[in-house]
Design a protein around this ligand. Sequence first.
Ligand code: PLP
Length: 457
Amino acid sequence: MEFRTIFEPFRIHSVEPLRLTTEAQRRAAMQAAHYNVFSLHSRDVIIDLLTDSGTGAMSRDQWAAIQHGDESYAGSPSWDLFKAAVQDLFPFTHVVPTHQGRAAEKILFSLVGGPGRFIPNNTHFDTTRANIEFTGAVATDLVIDEGRDPASRHPFKGNMDPEKLEAFIAEHGRDNIPLIMLTVTNNSGGGQPVSMANMRAIREISRHHDIPLYLDACRFAENAWFIREREPEFADRDVADIVREMAALADGMTMSAKKDPLGNIGGWLAMNDDELAAQSRTMLVLTEGFPTYGGLAGRDLEALAVGLHEAVSHDYLRYRIRSTAYLADSLSESGIPVVQPPGGHAVYIDARAMLPHIPPLQYPGQALTVALYEVGGVRGCEIGTVMFGRQPDGSEVPAAMDLVRLAIPRRTYTQSHIDYVIEVCQRVASTSAALPGYRMTHEPPALRHFTAQFEPV
Ligand SMILES: *Cc1c(COP(=O)(O)O)cnc(C)c1O
């Protein structure tokens, strides 16, 4: 019989001290940051759950690989190792290395986007949407209805709705849709997985209309683990095999190596299309670097090659997914509304449900984010109307959901850190009726959540 306790499948090798602060210090820091947690100094944060992007701990073997990095400008052996590790899981013909995911998106969409083009996704991540809209193209989310219902227990809430996709293609015409994207797991939709059955169904549609299918594969390993746990056909399959099967359904991918590949920086664009790959490399040398290193140092390429291998370890993934569920279940048992079932990399608190007295255009997610920091030094991230409310036509409308994401950096915090986070959330919940809404006092033109300034209403 299995033991109930899921412990961290590693021991601590090097420690990084946390700086403890008082509530008064945090209130002053929050005010100085104009109530935007992106403007805080990270030394003023105790538990940093802003993002799981590039914030994880590298392993002993990754640090050793860093020493092995070869910084040759062209044809470095570190590139060969990296490319082989990528193609072992994602056997696309061409791999184009970039400094992070959005650089891959920028290259891809400057080639296939533009006015009059339409790009469907289950849910576009914020940088994906911004890179598409920057070219004048339209980014549309076609997630299943359950994916927009925080209380729905559908096992694959990241799925794209095949009927919505068919209707979308009929409306806009296949010639105006350069590709279909699937984000695995669906980050902005709650870290929810996409089933293999859904990928197959979307693949059928893509094949039928001759529109390429691309994966935004940032959390491919977590998605594959969910497939293994929730789709009976895959119960005994190796996660690496499931990943290969996902890749085999697609024509290409974008990747942020700051997520599941366990890196602190990195990304890539991969595809089978020779012509598009040649154009991508031309763009790459303009903005990132030579095709055998892109935006990365040889040592980064080496660390990622090792990280990709570690990312598909079953012991690691079991712990990763179970520890995220532990946080979600504990909050839920305390009466705090969280998106169900919990996603892979983060727990999403339903701020609109928790703070019903704050209207969406006064940003309930922002209000909760500020309170978690002030009360306990916990930094989360608003995923709601602040992030998605401003429309390309200049109007502002409430986002589909107002969530606060507590993202879990990989292999970084222990269970007692998470127990502290649970206690902070419970304390905020006990005084939630007194929390104010916010108004924006400064709004930048794109990706406004990063640098906007606020004041309490
Ligand atoms: C992080 C992320 C990106 C962008 O990657 P960066 O490395 O942050 O530029 C794109 N899509 C998804 C789903 C992501 O989570």
